[in-house]
Design a binder for this molecule. Structure first.
Ligand code: AMP
Length: 277
């Protein structure tokens, strides 16, 4: 496995690659969720590139950019074990040099869920991912359902901009108690960590009602919300039931829907979702 920090070098190595190229963009501090994307890419493509870049433009002014966890040596080892061929590890000043002035913005898919709570977040995400796509020119790109709105927005970007690649959305990898794996889980105190399984419990409570025939959005969201309210350290940021394609709120489920939520434990914001269909 090779680590490449220079953009021109990454472009030149990419240009010499034959066959399919799988790409997994990450912000590092790798866990099983990231590794599942790398493993999928390893199985399905000839060469696997993973990027590690904590993208400043997707963080809001009061968010955790400075404290975002990092451990490059550990990441390198895990990525190697997952079969990654190249880690692209650029620095901020080469991705956003002085005079940088171009951004990609979503139209509509960011109106709800995290988009409503984190203004500018998806502008940062779309911009960095398009830049990374242009540098690595993957035939296949891998994203997690964990960040469902991000995955849908990027899928739409790939389609709208006629990008010549296949997008893959992989299932959410969870801890044994159901907590979705996230680099941010390390921020949780032991008490918060114990209660953090309530996001998954809440989604499952709603899913049970859905399976029993409930289709009313308010009833499903209320069932999930009550589960969160029973946990003293959890503070609900949002819970929404949206259409899978449009990410617009539903009053009743008739097709493929997503129940998504964000919950604060102190300053730590966790997200999770479940597809109901
Ligand atoms: P991040 O480093 O948080 O930007 O995540 C990089 C990629 O890993 C994104 O496509 C995420 O959706 C995906 N990812 C993060 N956590 C998980 C998880 N628990 N299961 C599956 N994919 C995940």
């Amino acid at each position: 496995m090779h680590v490449i920090s220079s953009i021109p070098e990454m472009i030149s190595i990419r240009n010499s690659m034959k066959g399919s190229v799988g790409f997994v963009p990450t912000m590092g501090y790798l866990h099983e969720g990231h590794l599942s994307l790398m493993t999928a890419a390893r199985k399905q493509t000839d060469t696997v590139i993973a990027s590690i870049f904590i993208n400043p433009t997707q963080f809001g002014p009061n968010e955790d950019l400075d404290s975002y966890p990092r451990d490059f040596e550990r990441d390198e080892k895990l990525a190697r074990e997952a079969g990654v061929d190249f880690i692209f590890y650029p620095d901020k000043s080469s991705m956003y040099p002085p005079g940088y002035a171009s951004f990609v913005v979503p139209e509509g898919l960011d109106r709800h869920l995290c988009g409503a709570k984190r203004p500018g977040h998806f502008r940062g995400v779309m911009t960095i991912v398009l830049k990374l796509f242009n540098i690595t020119r993957p035939t296949d790109a891998y994203f997690g359902q964990k960040d469902i709105q991000q995955a849908r927005i990027l899928e739409q970007m790939a389609s709208d901009f006629h990008l010549q690649l296949q997008m893959h959305i992989e299932p959410i990898v969870r801890e044994t108690d159901g907590l979705a794996m996230s680099s941010r889980n390390v921020y949780l105190s032991p008490e918060e960590r114990e209660q953090a399984a309530c996001l998954y419990k809440a989604l499952n409570t709603a899913k049970t009602k859905y399976t029993a025939g409930e289709r009313d959005a308010k009833a499903l969201m209320k069932a999930a919300e009550e589960e969160i309210f029973h946990h003293s350290l959890a503070q609900l940021d949002y819970i929404e039931l949206v259409d899978y394609q449009t990410l617009m709120p539903l009053s009743r489920i008739t097709g493929r829907a997503v129940l998504a939520l964000a919950v604060y434990f102190g300053k730590t914001r966790l997200i999770d979702n479940m597809i109901l269909e």
